[in-house]
Design a protein around this ligand. Structure first.
Ligand SMILES: [Zn+2]
Length: 470
């Protein structure tokens, strides 16, 4: 309606000007046209936990990332082209970006003013961007991103070792290595062209399009992920890797210093685990799969990077290492395809992934779902904070995982197996490639499982302490 209104104003002016001769028109003062007003995009998407994450006023459709990385120096040279659509008349807009130095920036091919304020990269194009119109941002930047090899510990972001690098970005590490609208609400497709020294492997998300020698004793690795992807799920892993490939664009990369019998053999079970999970959750949502195990002992976690999770190498010292694969691969449905709309909804990722992990454990004789539930139900330290609203500092609290998964088991014990899996499949299907909220999940469960589950889920997700046994 607003756009139609503006078009009507512009048309009226054109007719009025047409009524005077050219000579008169030249002498006239600029007509008092009712110009659409252009305002700055918001510096955050309005997340309840991370209010500054992401930005408002536009929707990114695609990130094209051309990166050159030198593992010796840790130097990254980036050339990024973002394709986006304005969702308001924009006088300026923000991207999220860390501390790498920008050398050139254009919007729609024209130089734009920009400045940095903390993580906000504030861009003022030479002309306002009209709502509904596509625009492009072209940025060249360089520097040494993220956490260096001398850091004793690593958190998330772009992590450098002496032999390579890996990006693991939850929740807001992506801005370490590329300018980005850094929130899962703005998912986009990606292409990567990563140039590294010959003999070094560069892995990213999605399908490997090919590799190409540059003539400068370097190789460019081209990847594309066509399915919408949240920014924190984008990854690059650079180093010396052994590679396994297979049907369905399988691409598994294990650092060549890790023991094959311990690591490669476990990763090789990725398709089998995906098939098992698909039997419960519906079709695997992506057109490629795999995994990455970097030689970086400081990474003591795993992350569900889309199509290709990153696993810390220490997981493979354990006997039942497939359990972590089941967790990260369940995230491909819950977290990656169906992303959280707000970081407060984190249990929709972690409770579900833990549930898939327990299902795999049951399948492999590591204890039944019921056993897991009863074992944890007897504990005192898995209840708080309640998983539906853990608070921004407790995003990854154990209760988000354990009580989150127990919430799903309590639902299953209440509605029965058939209805329970109908709910999970409807959730995966109905929100595929988009986002979902906890209240939308409760609504779905109540619609398929009966109104009484609303109270059950509210208690399990939001009440402090141990809920009544279902
Ligand atoms: Zn997880």
């Amino acid at each position: 309606m607003r756009r139609l209104g503006r078009a009507g104003v512009a048309l009226g002016v054109a007719i009025a000007l047409g009524a005077v001769c050219a000579g008169d028109a030249a002498r006239l003062a600029p007509p008092a046209v009712a110009q659409p007003s252009f305002t700055p995009g918001a510096p955050g998407v309005g997340d309840r936990y991370l209010p500054e994450a992401g930005n408002g006023g536009y929707d990114v459709h695609h990130y094209d990332l051309q990166l050159r990385y030198d593992p010796g120096s840790g130097q990254l040279d980036g050339h990024e082209v973002i394709t986006a659509v304005a969702t308001q008349n924009l006088s300026r807009f923000d991207l999220d970006f860390g501390r790498l130095a920008i050398s050139a920036l254009t919007v729609n091919g024209t130089g734009a003013r920009w400045s940095k304020a903390g993580q906000e990269l504030v861009i003022t194009p030479s002309a306002g961007l009209r709502t509904g119109r596509r625009f492009s941002v072209d940025v060249r930047y360089a520097g040494q991103p993220g956490t260096g090899p001398d850091a004793k510990t690593v958190d998330t972001g772009f992590i450098r070792s002496r032999t390579g690098a890996v990006a693991v970005d939850e929740p807001t590490g992506a801005e370490d290595w590329y300018p980005v609208n850094d929130h899962p609400r703005d998912k986009a497709s990606y292409t990567f062209a990563i140039t590294v020294p010959a003999g070094v492997t560069a892995v990213a998300n999605g399908v490997l399009e090919g590799t190409q020698a540059t003539g400068n004793n370097e190789t460019t690795w081209r990847w594309h992920e066509d399915a919408p992807m949240a920014s924190y799920l984008a990854t690059v892993a650079i180093g010396r890797y052994r590679v396994q490939t297979g049907p369905g664009n399988l691409f598994i990369a294990v650092a060549d210093t890790l023991p094959p019998a311990k690591v490669d053999a476990v990763l090789a079970r990725t398709p089998e685990i995906v098939q098992f999970l698909a039997g419960m959750f519906g079709p695997f949502p992506f057109d490629s799969l795999g995994g990455i195990v970097p030689a970086e002992p400081r990474i003591t976690y795993a992350l569900e990077t889309q199509t290709r999770p990153v696993y810390g190498s220490t997981f493979f010292d354990r006997d039942n290492a497939t359990t972590v694969l089941a967790h990260e691969l369940t995230h491909q449905w819950f977290g990656d395809s169906v992303s959280l709309h707000d970081w407060r909804d984190i249990w929709l990722n972690e409770g579900f992934a833990t549930y898939g992990q327990w299902m795999w454990d049951e399948h492999t004789g590591q204890g039944s779902m019921r056993d897991h539930f009863e074992e944890y139900y007897g504990k005192t330290d898995v209840w708080d904070p309640p998983p539906g609203d853990p608070g921004p500092d407790k995003l990854f609290a154990p209760s988000v995982y354990v009580r989150g998964a127990m919430t799903l088991q309590a639902l299953r014990m209440t509605v029965g197996d058939a209805t329970f899996f109908r709910i999970l499949r409807a959730w995966a299907d109905g929100h595929r490639y988009g986002t979902g909220t906890t209240s939308e999940f409760i609504d779905l469960a109540a619609r398929l499982g009966g109104g009484s589950v609303r109270g059950l889920l509210n208690t399990w997700l939001y009440s402090p302490g141990r809920p009544p046994h279902p």
